[in-house]
Design a protein around this ligand. Sequence first.
Ligand code: KG4
Ligand code: ZN
Length: 341
Amino acid sequence: MVQAMNEIHILGVETSCDETAAAVIGHDSKILSSVVLSQDKIHAPFGGVVPELASRQHIMSIGYVVEEAMRRAGLCLEEISCFAVTQGPGLIGSLLVGISFMKSLAYYFKKPLISIDHLEAHIQSAFINNNIPFPALALVVSGGHTSIFIMKKKLSYNLIGKTKDDAAGEALDKIAKFLDLGYPGGPVIERLAEKGNPDRFEFSIPYMRDKSLDYSFSGLKTAALQEIKKLHIKKDESSKFYDFIASFEKGVMQALYSNLIKAIEITKPESLILCGGVARNKKLRKGFREIAEEEDLGCFIPSPEFCTDNAVMVAFLALEKYKTNKIKSFPLDLNAYSRRR
Ligand code: KG4
Ligand code: ZN
């Protein structure tokens, strides 16, 4: 049964990769709580996410994270009108922890369970407190995904470009791992790049068929690895090291912009959205805003805390779906998917 709108409370859970997150929002999209437990310290020694460790850690954390989100919201589970969980894309073992947990809650409390696509949730985070004009062109840049979507209307996400190999965040993480800079690599590279000259080394933008909006970051990563070996680049205080890091960061961004500009020409949107973990990067945010300004388009980027994985975006998208009344109740056959279908 769908409740009166002013009584709605949605509990969202996100476990698609290495953050265990839960959030509660009210009918007016008011954020009542948001808890994110990062596994960065667990994966850091390996320089990347270890799927087996990630799912084990989600199992250890999920109960605590949900309990804490409920406590901060000042609500009990009986007062939740609808449960929402990330279904995919992501690591299957990790996703299944969140899905199984939320299935049990929905079943026990006899409330609907809404399944949420992780990429759509990232995009939807830009709609928090924003009225975004359509068509909207959205660039999702994270550790697992680099995708372009066109939204012609609310809740309609049409994938028009994606990476054929590595994601942008993955390329940053891998180069950071190779140079022993720490994990996650994106924020470290952003910090170190501040000290370098981004124009010293040239990284060519991957060539794609004329109209293709697909990305490829593995070529850029391989070129960087070859340069590291050829020029004997290592973590030190030399200008060569800092210039290399700044140039590589610039190369990743140039590749992101080039397809974005192509997508703007093809789709002629009214507004641009930038989201996903890499969207925390200040230079990328600035460059993206400049493109929007040049093209005279609205520009929407979530606040940094909602760029990396969180559960507010899950609950927020679920609320929008809940309002449409088109949700299925009790999808106990809900299963995880690793790639967007
Ligand atoms: O969205 P997210 O939390 O997880 C996925 O869905 O993949 O994104 C994580 C990615 C990692 O690759 C991380 O290195 C990158 O976001 N990242 C950044 C920054 N903060 C996080 N990349 C560049 N600059 C940052 N400040
Ligand atoms: Zn994500």
